[in-house]
Design a protein around this ligand. Structure first.
Ligand code: CU
Length: 356
């Protein structure tokens, strides 16, 4: 039963309706990009970078940054980033960096050819700084070019406002794999420039993207992305790590709050007797093989919180539309034969109808 619930959870997490979502295939690591989640979507991105300090201790130093953002419609997003081991803080005792932001996508759609423009206003609590970014990108087929202009009222707790510039590119080698890199710097005073390079993946059949990256930037905030991390001897500190992006479609959690949905009956027995029942539960057809006579019908009932289909291999029979949770589907078989079928969203779900 434990395994069944786990299978359901995994399937719920992986069966997102639209795959269009904030994606590392359109954004190099240290650029905010122009993405804004759709209304009703909570975006959770997790960047984790680390380095191993030089001997004798060889301690791993971690630099995680969490991003939460939600779309509120009209191209607007509200978000919060939280990073630790920030280089903005006054010392090792106070180095948790928190940045609140509002982003408005003024133009364009992520992943579509053409220009995208987003304006971000932020407040960095650690630096006590009002920050802003204008992000622009241009996508043409497999290439996305990105740029950003940033302003910070108190960068790294300094008294005077300063600007930073950054630019980068993503090249999509396939629909699932991309390479990306960027470079950025504060305009003045001359501080260590920031850079990153990454290989980015879209996880097939999911809305999740993942990247493996190297960079000299610590936290992934407007300020953190504007200045490189230095070693004690003044040389650049290279960090390695990954980013994982998770869009959560709130609509998918509605069964938690609304009880079981109303039964929906699809298909029709067309005057035939229902000779076999097959439940869909725990992402499986609970009866693998049913045997009926020609002219009889089978009824499938979805007991899962996710959608399924009954799709015949080689389109031997028409097959069902999407069967919602608590929905059922009836189909009558007129010709003897062995009909193998599967579920389109979960191709590992398989069953057989033998008609004598
Ligand atoms: Cu399914």
């Amino acid at each position: 039963m434990k395994h069944a619930s786990l299978a359901v959870l995994v399937a719920v997490a992986l069966t997102a309706a639209p795959l269009r979502a904030q994606s590392l295939l359109y954004r190099p690591p240290n650029l905010g990009g122009t993405w804004v989640p759709d209304a009703g979507v909570v975006q959770f991105n997790f960047v984790h970078r680390f380095h191993v300090s030089e001997g004798p201790v060889n301690e791993v130093q971690n630099f995680p940054t969490f991003t939460f953002a939600t779309g509120v419609g009209h191209g607007l997003a509200l978000g919060w980033r939280f990073g630790t081991n920030s280089i903005i803080g006054p010392g090792r005792l106070d180095n948790n960096e928190s940045e609140w932001f509002v982003r408005w996508r003024a133009h364009g759609v992520e992943g579509r050819d053409g220009f995208g423009v987003a304006v971000t206003a932020a407040y960095n609590e650690l630096a006590q700084s009002g920050d802003g970014e204008i992000g622009v990108d241009y996508t043409v087929r497999r290439l996305t070019l990105s740029g950003a202009v940033r302003g910070m009222s108190h960068p790294f707790r300094e008294p005077d406002a300063k600007a930073a510039l950054a630019g980068g590119a993503v090249v999509r080698l396939t629909n699932y794999i991309a390479m990306s890199a960027d470079i950025g710097s504060r305009v003045s005073p001359a501080t260590r420039a920031v850079w990153s390079a990454a290989i980015n993946f879209l996880i097939p059949g999911s809305p999740h993207t993942f990247s493996l990256q190297a960079s000299n930037a610590a936290t992934s905030t407007i300020q953190g992305n504007s200045q490189g991390l230095l070693r004690f001897d003044g040389s650049s500190q290279i960090l390695y790590g990954f980013e994982f992006t998770i869009p959560l479609h709130l609509k998918r959690f509605s069964p938690w709050f609304h009880g079981s949905p109303k039964p929906v009956a699809l298909g029709a027995p067309a005057g035939a007797a229902i000779a076999a029942e097959v439940d869909m539960a725990a992402i499986k057809f609970t009866v693998e093989t049913v045997t009926i006579s020609a002219g009889q019908a089978v009824r499938w009932t979805n007991r899962d919180p996710v959608e399924h289909t009954v799709t015949f291999d080689g389109a031997a029979e028409p097959g069902s539309p999407v069967i919602p949770p608590n929905g059922s589907y009836v189909h009558r078989f007129d010709k003897p034969g062995t009909y193998t079928y599967h579920c389109t969203p979960h191709p590992f779900m398989k069953g057989v109808v033998v008609v004598k």
